[in-house]
Design a protein. Structure first.
Lengths: 417, 417
């Protein structure tokens, strides 16, 4: 075992700061995740630097290579944050019944598709106009398409709106959206590399669709029919532990076939929702959720590199991209919501706004293969964070008084308006 | 966010294998942790290699440096295993009331001290006789002194014996034992370095004692008197989350002042035991325990390097050191248990046998400063694993029928025998 004291100190600071900021934001009536992300910006290596600097012990493990030690520390944070977002999406899945999702399937697909077309077109246009290459423009635009449903899901959960129709459309659209966005990312990455392999891309697409359909249709039925066998296992709390195994397994499988791991976690949760009542999985998973999820949000915050925006041009591009990222989703969601009330359309559009970790993944892949510059990387990070910070208060505002209406509408005595 | 798919696959394999092996071992009536450690040996990089090999994405993050990527992967596993052993010791602390511990304090101190003197003397002698240097002999001997109470605590928990008098002596002795062992490690490390600073060593010792006394005496009272304020916080499940903050904080603090992090976790648990009933902390911490603790045991298993033992001399030394490590604790525990029944003395001695992670920490520090060779490192790892594997079945065997006796003895109608 390596000496991990330094890392442990950082984890303590991250967790304590996240929870303290969450408490503070609750007291000023703001969503706690905004506090968690902002405190991450504050304590991160690009501001106060309370976390993210490897200590001498860690540097020594890499033979004195400070850069490698720093990268290792980043990976540790990303793995713990990754486990956090996995359990978060698992939890969202647990609260999603397949039949509810299918009910809004057509609408969700439309929201997903239009919510990709508009931001991509707008983002590509803006970056291309500033004189950057096609491939760099395409990467920034790709980072703008995928919704980070984690943020929205947490806000919806916090305000008790997770079971509303809009929430189901958002979650369903995010699934469609993520799959399409990651296919797009695969295409753009393929364009950025030496050879473009259409066959491989087609196979990835096929695997992705097969995975989702299999998990959603076969998985849910298997769990529904056979999960009672879990009671026969001798390991303590076997159903909960098997759920965690399925969650990790499907997340890893999703990553393995080129999708975001969180899609697998969401599908695992949706499958196990069929056994939720029998085993009280939600209650059992809650402490793991509460221990790990804050790391995701605070770590997102630590990624913000404020200094890149001393350059006025970069700042202007960042603001422009952020505005287009918001407008793109609102227009896409709005057009797809024809026939719903204006408020519902606004909720759906706003719910799709946060880019969070999905934008960051796209940015890091782009910078990893050398397709986007440091400046554009900073812009994408800014857009991911800004859209993430903007959406929660807007959602809370849009949902004001909503629950009462929803309840009243469900009363059979009142006619459907 | 880095692409952590490869790491996620490894974490899934580790967790699923640990739980499957645990289930199997329960079915053949063995303690599940033995299965968890052995399956770690099996799937680890030194046997099947199903985990622990960085994928190309991870290697790319270190600019193609495979060794650095491997080290980073090791650190990720060690951090998650480290969180596992921290929550494990926190849990043990939660089940330990200070008054119970003080009740067995004198006996526990004696067990702790004698359980250090005997293994150290025996181990130093054996390595020194094979012609190795004083400092190398001292390092191997130091790795033999500290009990890894985690293993014992889990076994005691599994068989429902955690509240027996022997268990309290073992846990108390392990605290004494860890503090003394880590001071010893500080001395030996000091000897191995260029300059020996007696003052610094004295300060470490003082800080250690102050930390334990402060946490045990002041901490428990503060929690007892003021913990009801936690109910005023607005964050959901605030008492549980504050417990996690205290646990991480004291673990980091313990590491910071040169003690093992798990000592801090244990003390945090012991302090919060005073608020356990009010907030039902044990029940809330259980899912986090069940999700993280298996990683500790399976990761320990992956560290075993079987190939070093093709050399017959090394194998002989490893077996000899293991035998002396066991005999040393049994004799030390036995002598310190004068006046108790033979079975109780055997339980106490056996409970002190597992070295687990503490031996491995000592070995890695020794190898880190170049004081011990690769061969002796392998020997220490072998001893740590072997003592860890031997103790649980022995404890289960020694405790057979014990609970029945203990219950009968507590019945007021029966005379004390």
């Amino acid at each position: 075992m390596e000496d991990i004291t330094g890392i442990l100190v950082d984890l303590f600071v991250l967790f304590a700061a996240a929870k303290a900021a969450g408490e503070l934001f609750l007291r000023i009536r703001q969503p706690p995740i905004v506090g968690e992300v902002l405190v991450g910006v504050l304590i991160g290596p690009h501001a106060l630097g309370l976390v993210g600097s490897p200590d001498s012990t860690l540097i020594q493990l890499f033979g004195g290579d400070e850069e490698a030690a720093k990268e290792a520390l980043t990976i540790v944070f990303d793995v713990i944050a990754g486990l956090g977002v996995i359990i978060l999406l698992f939890f969202v899945g647990l609260e999603t019944r397949l039949r509810d999702l299918l009910e809004v399937g057509r609408r969700a697909s439309l929201v997903g598709v239009l919510g990709i077309v508009f931001p991509f077109a707008l983002g590509f246009g803006l970056i291309w106009v500033t004189g950057r290459s096609n491939i760099e423009s395409a990467f920034v635009a790709t980072a703008m398409v995928a919704t980070s449903v984690g943020i929205t899901a947490r806000v919806l959960g916090d305000i008790g709106a997770i079971r509303t129709r809009e929430a189901r459309i958002i979650l369903g659209a995010a699934v469609v959206d993520d799959i399409l966005a990651l296919l797009l990312l695969a295409v753009v990455s393929g364009m950025g590399e030496e050879q473009f392999d259409g066959l491989e891309l087609g196979l990835t697409a096929l695997a992705a669709v097969a995975f989702v359909v299999f998990a959603a249709l076969v998985g849910t039925r298997v769990i529904k029919r056979y999960s009672f066998h879990l009671e026969r296992l001798q390991v303590r709390n076997a159903p909960f532990l098997v759920s965690m195994i399925v969650m990790l397994g499907l997340s890893a499988l999703a990553g393995f076939i080129g999708l975001a791991a969180i899609i697998g976690a969401f599908l695992a949760g949706m499958m196990l929702a069929e056994a939720e009542e029998r085993f009280d999985l939600e209650k059992q998973a809650l402490p793991v959720y509460e221990f790990l999820v804050p790391f995701f949000f605070v770590v997102i915050g630590t990624k913000v590199q404020l200094s890149a925006f001393k350059d006025a041009d970069i700042l202007a591009i960042a603001l422009g991209i952020t505005a287009l990222a918001i407008v793109g989703k609102l227009v896409g969601g709005g057009l797809a919501s024809a026939g719903m009330t204006a408020r519902s359309a606004a909720i759906v559009g706003t719910g799709m706004v946060p880019r969070g970790e999905v934008g960051l993944v796209a940015a890091s892949i782009g910078s990893g293969i050398g397709a986007i510059s440091g400046d554009m990387f900073a812009v994408v990070v800014f857009m991911s964070i800004a859209t993430t910070l903007v959406a929660p208060p807007a959602l809370v505002w849009l949902y004001r008084g909503y629950r009462y209406e929803a309840e009243r509408r469900e009363e059979p005595a009142l006619p459907e308006l």
